[in-house]
Ligand binder design. Sequence first.
Ligand code: PEP
Ligand code: CO
Length: 453
Amino acid sequence: MIAEVSSHTPWSADSWQSRPALQQPRYDDPLELASVVAQLAQLPPLVTSYEVVQLREQLAEAEAGRRFVLQGGDCAETFADCQGPMISSKLKILLQMSLVLVQGSKKPVTRIARIAGQYAKPRSEDTETRDGITLPTYRGDIINRPGFTLEDRRPDPQLLLRGYERAALTLNFLRSLVKGGFADLHHPEYWDLSFASHSAMESEYHRMTAGIGESVRFMENILGIRASEIERVDLFTSHEGLHLHYEQAQTRRVPRREGWFNLSTHLPWIGLRTAQLEGAHVEFFRGIENPVGVKIGHSTSPETLLALIDKLNPSSRPGKLVFIHRFGAGRIAEYLPKQIRALKNAGRSAVWICDPMHGNTFLTSDGIKTRNFDEILSELEQAFDIHLAEDSCLGGVHVEVTGDNVTECTGGARGLTEADLKLAYRSEVDPRLNYEQALEMAMLLARKMQRGT
Ligand code: PEP
Ligand code: CO
């Protein structure tokens, strides 16, 4: 069971258990938890090591500036939303955004969905009080339920199995859609979402997709190249690797490859609240072969950043470590340059991805959690400029989006106001860009990348 991972301290899939593990639920029946984890460990993997290695190779290209990454999806998936149309609209918006980013960046784009496992959420408080009643907080559908009763809020180990099953059902449908030609670049018209025709961005989007269609036909007809590679785009999955029993249960050895793979997803990441150097999450993540993400913010010092690299990528493998930075539009200019320089001065490298969502969350006067389109865009544009000025390279963008027509973030071409938020606010946790806002964001970033400033 013990594996020797690059540093000299022995690692095993459960060595995290000897470290302080933040943000874990407290189950009242440890035997039931152990039984569920044992069942999970017997169930087949959700992804393969082959795909994981392929993603690491693509991330190595992004690290070298030859590829762009689009990572996006819900803040938290819910079991109730595991439905065909919702899954296909999530795929559609990612495909559409990626197409626009291909045009803007003139690079291949890797799509990584926050899907098929994004069920566990870190929370600022352990408990929630309403009308004098205090209960455990809702921590995501894989842990407990959002309803405000003792029964709903009790962490239930069986939900780990229900989450694994939902993840498998989601992946099964996604893989069939991608394989069946839904994601064929010859036919971007398949991805139109029903209310797209109201969007202010519609005609520009159609000009872009027509442009891609023409390029594909040019390659095929004039140059005689069959664009078979682009008939099927790749789609990778990711989620916050928060619930360490769930992650451990799906971490395995595979035939003919060295090391341990977490086969619950291609790219697990460590959230900002659980990235302590001596904590359980960093301990677990340092032993797996997957590329790993770490959320970093203004509180992550340059020294911590370098220490994270030493732990998570001691042998400097390209594409292994992804820093997902999330400062907020008002802070990025102060903090990101220092972090980029720290890596450069130490001769280290990582994939840099900008998450312009989590540093820009605020509460309205009515107490609704929201984000403003202009601030999200501003952080993203600043990220692009700062990397350029520092002779570094923004490797991608990480966004919370939905293919549905929700009203959770303000602004955008349609000018959503705080009063509009009540119309269709569905997220149990963080506010997402809706379909139009997401596409607009991709287009504005694409324009900027084309201009190169
Ligand atoms: C998230 O990505 O939903 C999240 C909780 O982010 P962070 O760890 O950056 O706060
Ligand atoms: Co979130």
